[in-house]
Design a protein around this ligand. Sequence first.
Ligand code: ZN
Length: 258
Amino acid sequence: VLVARDGVLPDLVPLAALRDAAGGWSQVGETIFLGVDDKGPVFAVEVADGAGMIGLREAASSLAGDRAGLLAYAAAMLHWARTTRFCGVCGRPTEALEGGHLRVCGEGHHHHPRTDPVVIMLVADGDRVLLGRQAVWPKGRYSALAGFVEPGEALESAVAREVCEEAAVLVEDVRYVASQPWPFPASLMLGFQARYAEGDPEPRDEELEDVRWFSREEVTTAAGEEVQWTDAHEREGGLLLPPRTAIARVLIERWLAG
Ligand SMILES: [Zn+2]
């Protein structure tokens, strides 16, 4: 994400400024049309890494929801264009049509942007919830369980399967709550709540380092603490919840609110 010249916040820049900075249009990648805002058309453009660039995760954490959504949209489209330069059917190069939202090869095979569904679920059992942590996360951080939906699988089945695979717990009454785009690189997080049925939680695959129950009191205390989230953050004791912008946190806050 390119940041504004006079500040640190990511901002939209005129295409002409980008052309001048890059030494001409030939140095700028394909433009992908995203839509029209109150100042005119908005495009996503891939440029080489360089000064004034920060990562998408870093940018998204400091942005309002609508601008973060625009960045997610741009990043997902650019990723798709980057990885669809050749036809998956016949291997020929593709070219962009329809403002970059369709790519077609010389044989006429059409390719549309795709999204990979991920289910993320908060398992609740009365006044306690099941949270897990990965070994690479900062100390004390726990979050809702999550996993990719498999081909041919219903979302409710994916929720039950992932909880069983990751935590050895069976669930029932799976209900959809909310969703969030997650362009790392092309996912859509689908948030659910599920009711505990049976089983003692234990990490069962390689994904989680620990998975266990947390009481409403523990979660309430953690939710009340304003912790500035960074990957470098290390917490001494106690529970560290996901940042407020994450859908996992939305699921937790809704459970707390009853
Ligand atoms: Zn083809």
